[in-house]
Each structure stands twice: as C-alpha cells, then as structure tokens.
Design a protein around this ligand. Structure first.
Ligand SMILES: *Cc1c(COP(=O)(O)O)cnc(C)c1O
Length: 838
C-alpha cells in the first residue's frame, strides 16, 4: 500500500477528550480511491442478501446452519439491514458535510421508537426482496420481525412524537439530527397481577442492539458540582472559572433513521454515560478503594433509567443530571460540527437551529450562553444575540403539575455557574420589564423566572419563553391556551409573533403502511400509486369510493381481519375470547386522571347493569361490544393504579356473566407499547379520547386510529377539534362541554350551586361504593352514555358505518407528521430540504 501513514496510529487515547477528529490526517488520493472502490455498494440481489445473512450468522453471531433459531435469524437479518442503513447514512452525512447547510437539532429526552427492522425494510423498499431471500433459507420474515424488542425510550405521546418527527425529517430530506439519552432501562414492562399493575425493569439491551452503532470515537467530558471562581480578565472585566468536582464521559450511540422512498438516512445520536478515567487519587491514597469504585458506577447510573412519569414533574437530582449531561454532550457535538466550517460565531445561527421538545432540555440554553462567555470569550450581549437566534421551544402541556421547577439550591449544587447565568438572564429581563411597566412589582413577581418561596425555584418554561425566538403549542386549542392562560403576560411583553401553533402529526409509514399492510395495499391499488405515503393529502381521493359497495366490502373485510388478529392477541394475553364481530371500543394511552379512563369504565359498568335488567328479547337486539383498555400508570400514581384495578375487577365480573357476555366484554391488555399499538389501532371501530376539555394538548393516537378507519368518541379537546373539522361532524362523535365552561362547572360542583350528576349514574356509583367490583372508589363522574347509544345505532347500519370509516380516514391528510415538519421547517427553523444526489 502506498501513501502516508496514519500519524495517529498507536497514540494514547484520552478518555475525556473528543477524539472524533484526527486533525491533519488526510488519506492520499490513492488510499481514498481504494476505499471508494472497496465500499461501493453492491447490487442487492437475493443472492447477495443471503450471502450477507449467512456471513453475519456465522461470523458476527458464531452460529451454524445446525444451530439457528428465529432469534438468531432475526439478528443476522438485522445486522445485514443495518449494513444497508450505514451505507446510506454515510453518503447522506458526507453530502451534508460538503454542502454545510443549516441543520435542525431536535433535542428530546425521549424517543419512543419501537421496533426498527420492519420499518427499515419498508422505508428502504427492500422488504419483499429480503422476505424472499430469507424464505429460501428456511425462515419467515413475519416471524423474525416478532423477535425484536421495542426500543421504549419514552413514556407516551411526547416520545412517540419525536420518533415520528425523525421519520418525517428523513423522508422529506431535511438535514437534521435527533439527540437524546440511551437509557439502559426504557419504560418499565407492565404485567397485571391480581388486577394490579406490576412493574418490571425493561433491560432491553440484554441480547445486544443491532440498530445502534456505538461510537467509541465520539466522546465528550461532562462535569458537575464544585464552585465558580471570579477573577479579573485581561480586558478589565470579570472572568468566571467553573471548578467542578465530578466528571463523567458521554459516549455516542447512533441510531440511523432511513427516509421512505429517498436515499436520505439521518441520525438519532443517544448519549450513554461512562466514568471518566481520571483516577480518584485522593480516595485511593486514603485507602478508600471501594469509594472510588462507587464513584465510577455512579457515573454510569446517570443514563441508567428513564423516569416513568408522563405529564408529571418530579424534582429528582438524578433527573436534572440527566438533562444537563445530555445537553452538555450535545452542544459540544454541535459546536464541533460548526467549527469545521471555519466561520465566526456570528454565523452560528445560520448553521444551527435547536428545537427543545418540552422544557426538559432547557438548561441547554444556559449552557450555550456559558460556553460563549466563559470558553469562547464573547461578551454577554454578543453571546445572548446568538443564543436567542438559535433556540425554539415546544410546549406540551398547560397542566400545572407537569411544569418543571428546579429549586435554586439543587441547581446551585449541581451547576453553580449555570445558576449564576440564570439569575443574570432574569435580572436583565426584569430590568426591561420594569422599564416598560415602571413600578409594577406584582408584574415583576409574576413574570420572574425565579419563583419566590422557601426555597426559591426556577420556572423552566419561563426561562424557555424568555430565551427562545419561537414558542409553539401542539394543536390550535392548546396553542391558544398557551398564549391566553399560561404565558399571557409574555405574549403582551414580547408580542404575539414569538408564539405560534404547529399541530402534531403521525407518520403514515409506521402507522398505516407498516401497522396495516393490507389497508395500505388497498389504498395504493385504488389510487394506482404509492405516492400518498409521501403526500398524505392524496388520501382525499378515496372519498369518491366511500359509497362504492365493493370498496366498502374490501375496506371492512380488512378491518375484520385486523380484529381477528387482535382477538388472538387478547386470547393469548388476557385469557378472554372476545367476539370479533362485536364493535371494538378502545381506550389505550397512559393512565391519567385528565384522560378520564375512570369515566369510561363507569360508562361500561352502567351498560352492564342495563343489560342485566333487559328481557331476553330486548337483550337479543343489543349491539355486541368489546371494550378494550391498555396503558401504563406511573408507578407512584395511586389513583391511576386504582383505575387499572377497577377495570380488571369489573372485567372479572362482566366477562363471567354468561347471559350478558355475548353483548359486553371487557379486557385490559397489559404492557401497552408501540408494538402493541400497531396491533390494537388497525383493529378498532371506535376509540375514546375523552380528556377534560382544555387538558390534552393534542393527542396523537386519535390521529392514528382515524387513519386506520376507526372513529373517534371524544371531547372537544386537543387535536380532536381539528380532526372533526377535517372529517365533518358526521364522521366523529364529539360530546361534552367546551374548555371555557370547565372552570364554571368545577366551581359549581365544588361550592355546591346546582348541577346534579346525571341520575343514571346513581346506581353505578352505588355499586362501586358497595364493593360489587372489589375496591370502593368515590370519584367525580361525568358520563358519555348518550354518545355511546348513538354509536350503537350507527354501527347497526353496516354500509353507513363503512362510509364514515372511509371518509374519516380519507380526511387525515393534515395529520401526517410530514405536514408538521414542513410547518416547523418553514416557520421556525428556516431550513430547506437537501436531497442527496442519485
Ligand atoms: C401514539 C402513542 C401514544 C400517545 O397516545 P395518546 O392517546 O395521544 O396519549 C402513547 N403511547 C404509544 C405507545 C403510542 O404509540
């Protein structure tokens, strides 16, 4: 071989420094040409797929033809699909590096990805080829796909949104990166024991993870604690030196995300914490070896586990450490990439847009200000100008219990320099508020980033609003509440231009094409093209077939087969044989008071009591119903756990009544996750999205259900409203009070002026109270019984129902996450697509 030697060969590797670049080393033209030849992708014939499969089975896994099972075959396939991803990923990244466009960085503490193999095969357009190739080696692709464990690095809607957004960013060819944490334990696995939720750790990495690439070459130091030294700088001003007491290392793990029908493959970079190699000599010399080992394991603990709270803030120190660890490593990575351009800091906002998925990564704003001042030597104003052009923030909730407030003592202890900077940001902000509203101390108190109290705390949402150029809510109603309720004085102060709406969406690739392959095929055949998967508004063309009996028959036949598949899953996991001809009535989502699973179960119990009172003749005319619940409760959320127990106890009564069980069955399917959602959603006739008006920011499962031909029973809340605008009121069952009425009703209920609970409920509440269903429970019920009667009546007219189902699904163009991402790109990030050349 010719060419110069790699000067870095054999050099000592620092465990803390970034080792991603080897400055100065460039391959000679000969070496570069040789690499190019050796890495040129081969044509993906069935034979080549088989070669790669066998190669991974024998070399990567050390298996033989006589020692293979479905799991090994899954792994071998996965590694060979991953090779395809890496090829695309490399060429996408190389192209982005040469063009150096403005990129968006999507920062999220959660990515609820689910399984990757089926998705990768479909997005790369190589599923049939793989299935055929592997079939000839004696394996069935559908079985192999089932071997994969979910990457469940999220709680619910927020983490799933991040995953849908990555699929859209790749599909639409945007130069984008996702950043997050590689938790060793994802969201816990739920089982039901004696009717109660039981949690089991989700150690998802036991058998390795073929969908990530560990990047031992990409590591950054992260520090915590200590003190800040103030001294006089060369130019007379003060300089601040942070002397931390704890150091760890962040190691990158890359999850390639292929776009659908494009060569773009982007990246989610997840950080894992490792001990820094700087040996603790003090402890060692004092003979405290165990203490220094403990400090090392503490470092790895930072990214051990995902906090299992959804829409609820908890002030745990380790959680704050996770947040800072993640943004600190991420910013070093972003800055390293920017510095390759050689441009001055003033150009940073032309290359970088950073989106904060909720306030969880908000400390990253302060970290950038700190880096620019303390490390890069910019003055406050110069740094502030850059920081405020880069960041934007998505608000996900107006529920007060979900808003993050870190106490000042905790922030001081972990991040002393950041706490100083937050005080300064607040001081300068309040000084300008004072100039605008002189002497209004109450206003200063209300708008302060620091909440007074013992101890003081930092309102992270206010910090985000003050520092970000744009703040968005996730559905029209929610964005309205964000502006009128949560941040009204900030809207007045900064102007309405800082605030906007981007209604959420879901990716049709996973939530229709992958989860419901037969429906996807029917749509493609009917529209004579697959292009609707890249432009979901084309679904509207299905409307002309909504009354066509033949199309209705095919549409409903697919629904029926999806219901059979779900019935089999229920038989296997709940030991109940549900009637697949019944109406499937689903509520699956996190268990939360505001989502009102309790109201739903009351309605079911009421129906059960009515059925019992009926004569045989009346009973025979009833529309059979299967009610399906699924969802996890936070482990410490007592009331939510009691709702799970009540559902299971009610199921045990209802399913064993031989007279009525033909007409009403009830199941709680354990361990709701992305893979289970992919089975449940295509099988629903109706789904319940019945949050108290004004509490569900958007909801995204509502979109998934309608996309699969299921109708919504819902309150006038979140994205239900916009879904109803698209489908028309006849293809959605909305009920209940509007947001402005909720506070009035609460007031009247609490302080007792009128409004009596519907008397139809009296016996239900009584029967729960007297223990018919085990646990006594006293709650505040509001029923949606009338709506469910209407649903029953509609369901009896099969042709009308099919028409509603088709029209509703055909109206879902707006709710593709592609539309959401194009909104963000155009209105907030100001980035353009950059399709890789052919
Ligand atoms: C879509 C999705 C959610 C969000 O459901 P909502 O009903 O909108 O709260 C939660 N969990 C999983 C697994 C999902 O796929």
């Amino acid at each position: 071989m010719t060419g110069e030697k790699n000067k870095n060969a054999g050099r000592v590797r620092s465990a803390t420094g970034p080792t991603a670049m080897y400055p100065g080393w460039k391959p000679s033209p000969e070496i570069a040409a040789r690499w190019k030849k050796l890495t040129a992708p081969k044509e993906l014939t069935e034979e080549h797929i088989q070669e790669e499969f066998v190669n991974h089975a024998t070399k990567t896994l050390a298996r033989s033809a006589f020692n293979m099972d479905d799991f090994a075959a899954y792994q071998a396939s996965a590694y060979s699909v991953r090779d395809q991803l890496i090829d695309q990923w490399n060429s996408t990244q190389m192209y982005h590096t040469t063009v150096s466009p403005k990129r968006v960085y999507y920062l999220s503490l959660e990515f609820l990805i689910g399984r990757s193999m089926d998705n990768a095969l479909l997005n790369l357009g190589i599923k049939d080829r793989y299935a055929n190739a592997i079939d000839k080696l004696g394996f069935n692709m559908e079985d192999l796909v089932e071997q994969e464990t979910d990457a469940a690095l999220g709680n619910g809607g927020l983490g799933r949104l991040a995953a849908c957004f990555m699929d859209s960013l790749a599909t639409l060819d945007y130069p984008a990166w996702g950043y997050g944490i590689r938790y060793n334990y994802g969201i816990f696995e739920q089982s039901i024991v004696d009717g109660y939720q039981t949690e089991h750790p989700d150690y998802w990495l036991t058998f390795g993870n073929p969908w990530e690439i560990q990047r031992l070459d990409i590591t950054y130091p992260v520090a915590f604690g200590g003190t800040v030294i103030r001294s006089k700088g060369a130019s007379g001003g003060f300089v601040y030196t942070w002397e931390p007491t704890e150091r760890v290392v962040a190691v990158a793990h890359d999850f390639p995300i292929p776009g659908f029908g494009t060569k773009s493959t982007i990246n989610i970079r997840l950080w894992s914490s490792k001990p820094s190699n700087e040996f603790d000599f003090a402890s060692f010399n004092a003979g405290e070896y165990e203490k220094s080992v403990k400090e090392q394991t503490d470092a790895e603990n930072i990214t051990s586990c995902l906090y299992p709270n959804d829409n609820h803030y908890i002030g745990k120190k380790l959680r704050l450490k996770q947040q800072y660890f993640f943004v600190c490593a991420t910013l070093q990575d972003i800055i390293r990439r920017f510095k390759k351009t050689g441009e001055p800091w003033s150009e940073f906002p032309k290359h970088v847009a950073i989106q904060l998925n909720d306030t969880h990564p908000t400390i990253g704003i302060v970290e950038l200000q700190r880096i620019l001042i303390d490390e890069e030597g910019l003055d406050w104003d110069g740094a502030w100008k850059i920081v405020t052009k880069v960041y934007s923030y998505t608000n996900h909730t107006v529920l007060p219990e979900a808003l993050e407030k870190w106490t000042v003592p905790l922030l001081k202890e972990l991040l002393p320099r950041h706490m100083m900077i937050i005080f300064d940001i607040n001081l300068f902000f309040l000084q300008s508020v004072e100039r605008r509203y002189p002497g209004d101390r109450e206003k200063l108190r209300r708008m302060s980033i620091i909440e007074e109290g013992v101890p003081q705390s930092v309102r992270m949402a206010y910090l985000a609003v003050v520092c970000c150029h744009t703040v968005n809510g996730v559905a029209e109603l929610h964005s309205d509440l964000v502006q009128k309720q949560l941040f009204s004085e900030f809207v007045e102060y900064f102007g309405a231009g800082r605030f906007t709406n981007v209604t959420n969406g879901v990716t049709p690739r996973r939530w229709l094409h992958q989860a419901n392959p037969r429906l996807s095929a029917l749509i493609t055949k009917t529209l004579k093209s697959q292009h609707w998967l890249k432009d979901l508004s084309e679904l509207a063309k299905l409307k002309q077939f909504a009354s066509d009996p033949e199309f209705q028959r095919k549409w409903m036949e697919i629904k029926a087969s999806n219901k059979k598949r779900l019935a089999e899953h229920i038989a296997a996991h709940c030991n109940v044989y549900v009637n697949p001809d019944a109406i499937f009535d689903v509520q699956c989502k996190r268990i939360h008071e505001y989502k009102r699973q309790f109201m739903n179960i009351l309605q079911v119990i009421h129906r059960y009591e009515e059925l019992q009172k009926m004569t045989d003749e009346v009973l025979a005319k009833q529309v059979p119903r299967v009610v399906i619940f699924a969802g996890k409760s936070a482990p410490g959320y007592y009331i939510a756990k009691m709702v799970i127990k009540l559902i299971n106890n009610a199921a045990n009564v209802i399913n064993y009544n031989l007279r009525t069980s033909k007409y009403l069955q009830l199941v709680f399917i354990p361990n709701y996750n992305v893979s289970l959602a992919e089975i449940i959603i295509p099988a629903s006739d109706i789904s319940q999205h019945i949050s108290t008006a004004g509490t569900e920011a958007s909801g995204t499962s509502n979109m998934k259900f309608v996309l699969n031909g299921g109708l919504i029973v819902g309150t006038v809340d979140g994205a239900n409203i916009e879904i109803g605008e698209e489908t028309g009121p006849e293809n959605i069952f909305l009920f209940g009070v509007l947001t402005p009425e909720v506070e009035d009703i609460r007031h009247k209920q609490t302080y007792g002026t009128g409004i009596k609970v519907d008397p139809k409920l009296d016996s239900v509440v009584e029967s729960i109270r007297d223990g018919t269903y085990g646990q006594p429970a006293i709650f505040e019920p509001l029923l949606h019984i009338d709506t469910m009667r209407k649903v029953d009546a509609c369901f009896q007219n099969k042709a009308e129902w099919a028409k509603k189902s088709i029209l509703a699904a055909a109206s879902m163009g707006k709710f593709s996450s592609d539309r959401s991402i194009n909104d963000y790109a155009k209105n907030i990030w100001h980035i353009s697509p950059l399709p890789p050349p052919e």
